[in-house]
Design a protein around this ligand. Structure first.
Ligand SMILES: Cc1ncc(COP(=O)(O)O)c(C=O)c1O
Length: 400
């Protein structure tokens, strides 16, 4: 028994549900169990070769040392170019901060913008970490349920917000739904945020990954005044398959970015040096690798959504971006699996059944704020996807 007392802030914290499931799959695999793993929040590709070569050179040149707290000047410049490409707005390096992953970047932005008790709104289904991050920053999470198309209505945002509404956190393309926000909706949301003086944190980490002709539109670029009260989030994890390198970017008004840089200097000293050198190379020379990966994801997106659309009772708008499908299984709730006798009351129950009986691993929807759904990652081979979808279809037929 320890006599250490956790702070209320940390005692209330939930571990990441997605990472917990990933750990469970790894344990099963270590025991020799073959699992069809559809949990991945990371591309099943390697980083661009030029990034790996630059990292090796940086190690040989003894560059693995502290850097400027806000990141290397060359990387801030390359990140400004990425922000320009993603948003269509002009950015300079004084408006960009290199962070230790986008996740910590978002936490730092929240810490910088949110006073104790301020509301942070976010459309749901959402990335599993948002509510916890908001609470850690002292804010009050305000989830706003989306409709069937996985997009929020402005009236619902307005109804959920009180006078303490401070920040709206938007993620397009969206993890877990694959929804890509259309320009008209973003214009309405932007006009509301401007009128209510609600700041925008725009998580565009999946911006390079859109499919079926869908185009990424940056939420902060749809109205000219908006960028003055907005923070852009990007990074290397998804588009450049560099998850473990822990490289993210924040963009925003220079005085705000400078202050978040001061916060970062106290939290992290500087982002990891070798990863910064690798990221400069990837941003300057890795475009081809990114395109190849996007093409593979596009094919898989079609494969997954076609297969799901042929399963009676499964609701799944076709994902338009990121690398996830988020089917709803509402019509199966209350049914029982005829083989194991297990009742299904939620997407989490279904995920559990699929892991136990069919060795398919995916993430139950409650982690994303929609308990009747599951998240299927298509960051895995077509072969694994086909096998898993076949087993899923067969299992659903056993529910009655
Ligand atoms: C929506 C979203 N935002 C941000 C991140 C964080 O990315 P990272 O911290 O690896 O840069 C993730 C990772 O899963 C994500 O899905």
């Amino acid at each position: 028994m320890t006599s250490l007392q956790l702070s209320a802030r940390v005692a209330a914290l939930q571990p990441s549900a997605t990472l917990a499931m990933v750990a469970r799959v790894k344990e099963l695999q270590a025991d020799g169990v073959e699992v069809l793993d559809l949990t991945a929040g990371e591309p099943d590709f390697g980083p661009p070769a030029c990034a790996e070569a630059a990292a090796k050179e940086a190690i040989d040149a003894n560059l693995g040392r502290y850097t400027a707290a806000a990141g290397l000047a060359d990387l801030r410049e390359a990140a400004a170019d990425l922000a320009t490409e993603t948003t269509g707005l002009e950015w300079s390096s004084s408006q960009l901060l290199v962070t230790t992953g986008a996740k910590l970047g978002i936490c730092q932005a929240l810490m910088a913008l949110v006073e104790e008790g301020d509301e942070v709104l976010f459309p749901v289904p959402c990335w599993t970490s948002y509510p916890e991050m908001v609470q850690l920053a002292g804010g009050v999470p305000v989830p706003v349920q989306c409709g069937e198309n996985h997009l929020p209505k402005v009236d619902d945002l307005a109804a959920a917000a009180s006078s303490r509404a401070k920040v709206l956190l938007i993620n397009t393309p969206c993890n877990p739904t694959g929804a890509v926000y259309p320009r008209e909706l973003l214009e309405e949301i932007g006009a509301w945020a401007l009128e209510k003086r609600v700041a925008l944190i725009s998580d565009e980490i999946y911006a390079a990954m859109t499919y079926g002709g869908a185009k990424h539109v940056s939420p902060i670029a749809v109205l000219p005044e908006l960028r003055e009260q907005a923070v852009w989030v990007g990074g290397m994890s998804k588009a450049f398959a560099m998850t473990g390198w822990r490289m993210g970017f924040l963009g925003g008004p220079a005085p705000i970015i400078s202050k978040i840089g001061a916060l970062q200097s106290q939290l992290a000293s500087s982002p990891p040096a070798i990863s910064q050198h690798a990221s400069i190379a990837a941003l300057r020379g890795g475009a081809e690798d990114c395109l190849r990966m996007r093409e593979a994801f596009e094919k898989r997106c079609v494969l997954v959504s076609d297969a799901l659309s042929e399963m009676p009772g499964v609701e799944c708008p076709r994902p338009q971006g990121a690398f996830y499908a988020f089917p709803g299984f509402g019509s199966f709730l209350g049914k029982t699996d005829s083989e194991t006798g297990r009742p299904i009351h939620s997407g989490d129950d279904l995920a559990e059944l699929l892991l136990e009986a069919d060795r398919i691993a995916l993430i139950g929807g409650s982690a994303f704020g929609k308990p009747d759904a599951v998240r299927i990652s298509f960051a895995t081979s077509e072969d694994v996807l086909k096998k898993a979808l076949g087993r899923l279809a067969a299992r659903l037929q056993k529910l009655s």
